[in-house]
Write a protein that binds this ligand. Structure first.
Ligand code: GLV
Ligand code: MG
Length: 314
């Protein structure tokens, strides 16, 4: 018998993650009014070098001045990478000045478990120094060949006592560049990355993390976004980035079970209940065999729809 991996990742709805450059206060303010489940305030690649300090102070003001909880959002900050001196100041200053308002940090270009340990240590010291006891989570971008080679070991960190790790994101733009893919598009050729997406998803599911699909660059191509997002959700992903406000509703729509799916899931659970009442583990519904595994798939859909309904009624 295998040992069951256990992690204590808090539940958060993360269907849509709207990414906004920390250097643009106007975009941050409108992100707070959007329908996104998550807002990612970026200090990394969407911010040029000479605006890094300004972006960090905008992020600090936005964390303090906007009521993200009231707006129904989880708020996350993408720090600079481990090779950058800005990473140190992102973690220390944001915790010192706004540590009571941030939910998670997203670490870009994670290559190994040691990268996560380094940020986890720095974050824990910054929290201690500021006397902050509330939990601040960590999320990682898997967007290099090295990160993918080590993805299982990275995901397994969530099983360590006190781990802050909650989610992995597949960063298709940097991943394409790092793999030297002969392409200039961001995330528009889903099938190309299918094995890598699948590998990250399995690592997430094995160790209890949320799996989030990254950007789709052509924000005027709604159908293209929907097609890629549908592939991700069918695989098991629970959310996708929106690099433009127009993509938020698309992500929410694809990542939420449709009414017909919920009704079918209920029918499956009812049919299985009846079958069990007469001593059968399997049953037939609409000409198809269903069994305990169908019941688990149906329960996933019902649970997701309940979580969404809870958020909408909050
Ligand atoms: C995200 O950061 C990406 O590189 O896709
Ligand atoms: Mg990237």
């Amino acid at each position: 018998m295998s040992l069951r991996a256990s992690s204590s990742v808090p539940f958060r709805l993360q269907r849509s993650e709207l990414v906004v450059p920390g250097s643009n206060l106007g975009m941050i303010e409108s992100a707070a009014r959007s329908q996104a489940d998550y807002v990612l305030l970026d200090c990394e690649d969407s911010v040029v070098s000479d605006k890094k300090d300004q972006a960090r102070s905008n992020v600090i003001s936005a964390l303090n001045e906007i009521d993200w909880k009231q707006a129904g959002k989880t708020v996350s900050v993408r720090i600079n990478g481990l090779e950058s001196r800005h990473m140190y100041w992102d973690v220390c200053k944001i915790i010192e000045k706004a540590g009571d308002h941030i939910d998670t940090f997203l670490i870009p270009k994670v290559g190994s478990p040691e990268d996560v340990h380094a940020v986890e240590k720095l974050l824990s010291i910054a929290l201690l120094d500021s006397g902050i006891t509330r939990r601040v989570g960590l999320e990682c971008l898997i967007e290099t060949a090295l990160g993918l080679v080590n993805v299982e070991a990275i995901a397994r960190l969530s099983c360590a006592t006190g781990s802050r790790l909650e989610a992995l994101h597949f960063g298709v733009a940097d991943f394409s560049a790092n793999c030297q893919s002969r392409s200039l598009a961001i995330g528009e050729t889903g099938h190309l990355w299918h094995p890598s997406l699948q590998r990250m998803l399995i690592a997430c599911r094995a160790y209890g993390l949320r799996a989030i699909d990254g950007p789709y660059g052509d924000f005027s191509d709604a159908q293209g976004y929907i097609d890629i997002a549908k592939g991700a959700v069918a695989m098991g992903y629970e959310g996708k980035w929106a690099i433009h406000p127009a993509q938020v509703d698309l992500a929410n729509q694809v990542m939420s079970p449709a009414i017909a799916e919920i009704e079918q899931a209920r029918k499956i659970l009812d049919a299985l209940d009846q079958a069990q009442g007469s001593g059968q583990g399997a049953a037939s519904l609409d000409g198809k065999m269903i069994d305990a595994a169908s019941g688990k798939m149906a329960a996933n859909i019902i649970n997701k729809s309940l979580a969404i309904a809870e958020k909408s009624s909050a």
